[in-house]
Design a protein around this ligand. Structure first.
Ligand code: PGA
Length: 250
């Protein structure tokens, strides 16, 4: 049985003082949750939020990291810095990184391997654009992103990996994939993991859905057999919006 995993991606929102208040509220209100939970604040908020979530059932995630450990990489953040702050997981390959900042599958794969080598969990984001979907290429795009993103990752290390399927056209737009459309891609992604690794690996891996998840659509999405959790953007920014999602199965 895969444990539901709900993650909040705060993106470039919240100052450290605002993040502290939000994190404290979530720690307090989610203390009885049995779901796997994570918040991913921006880099400048990580140290503050680390103090707040320490010892709680909410994991601390980062939204990105550099392809290499350290050195002359102005403006980048190293896995060593994240680890030192108590970060436990990192979102990699988010579509905003791919499409606004030009991250390639090869760069994302370097990051995935580096994160795992340092014992960080990875939320590997995949998903097609609207043009790719309309051209009937959604499954191919996701398969390629999985194949490239997980290249040279050993089956034993998949325990560090969560896949987040986020159709680009559904992110921050208010358009959600229908539960059936999402389920179809989740099933295809799970089959891809079976092809790349094994049926056992496919059965175990957690696949989150992301893209305009909210309190009204979360139950139906999570009710699909291959949807194991959610990566939540806009609706992770206030307790009112996030708590019903984090508690969808209560
Ligand atoms: P959204 O973002 O929930 O605001 O659509 C999801 C994400 O990008 O992770």
């Amino acid at each position: 049985m895969r444990k539901p995993f709900i993650a909040g991606n705060w993106k470039m929102n919240k100052t450290p003082s605002e993040a502290k208040v939000l994190a404290a509220d979530l720690v307090n209100q989610l203390k009885d949750s049995t779901n796997k939970l994570l918040v991913a604040p921006s880099f400048t908020c990580l140290a503050t939020v680390a103090e707040v979530v320490k010892g709680s059932n909410i994991m601390l995630g980062a939204q990105n990291m550099a392809t290499v450990e350290q050195g002359a990489h102005t403006g980048e953040t190293s896995v060593l810095m994240l680890k030192d702050l108590g970060v436990e997981a990192v979102i990699l390959g988010h579509s905003e990184r791919r499409h606004i900042y030009g991250e390639t599958d090869a760069m994302i794969n370097q990051k995935v391997k580096l994160a795992i080598a340092h014992g960080l969990e990875v939320l590997l984001c995949v998903g097609e654009t609207i043009d790719e979907r309309e051209a009937g290429k959604a499954v191919d795009v996701v398969n390629t992103q999985l194949e490239e993103g997980l290249k040279d990752v050993a089956e034993a290390d998949l325990k560090f990996v969560t896949i987040a399927y986020e159709p680009v056209w559904a992110i921050g737009t208010g358009k959600t994939a229908t539960p059936q459309d999402a389920q179809d891609i989740h099933l295809a992604a799970r089959s891809k993991v079976a092809d790349l690794y094994s049926k056992d690996a496919a059965d175990k891996i957690c696949i989150q859905y992301g893209g305009s998840v909210n309190a009204s659509n979360v139950k139906e999405l999570m009710g699909q057999p291959d949807i194991d959790g959610g990566l939540i953007g806009g609706a992770s920014l206030t307790p009112d919006a996030f708590l019903p999602i984090a508690n969808f199965n209560k």
